[in-house]
Unconditional design. Structure first.
Length: 50
C-alpha cells in the first residue's frame, strides 16, 4: 500500500517536471517545436513520417 502511494507521488513529480520543462520551452521557442521536442523526449515522433 505504501509502495502504491510512493508510485503515485513519483508520477505527480514527473508530471510537474514535464510541465515545468514545457513552460521553459514554450517561453524560449515556438510552441509546435517545443511540443515536438517533448514528444521526441518520450520517444513519440510526429506522424509526418509514417
Amino acid at each position: 500500500m505504501e509502495m502504491e502511494m510512493e508510485m503515485q507521488v513519483g508520477k505527480l513529480v514527473n508530471q510537474l517536471k514535464i510541465l515545468k520543462m514545457f513552460g521553459y520551452l514554450k517561453r524560449s521557442i515556438p510552441t509546435d517545436i517545443s511540443i515536438q521536442l517533448i514528444l521526441k523526449c518520450f520517444g513519440f515522433y510526429y506522424m509526418d513520417n509514417q
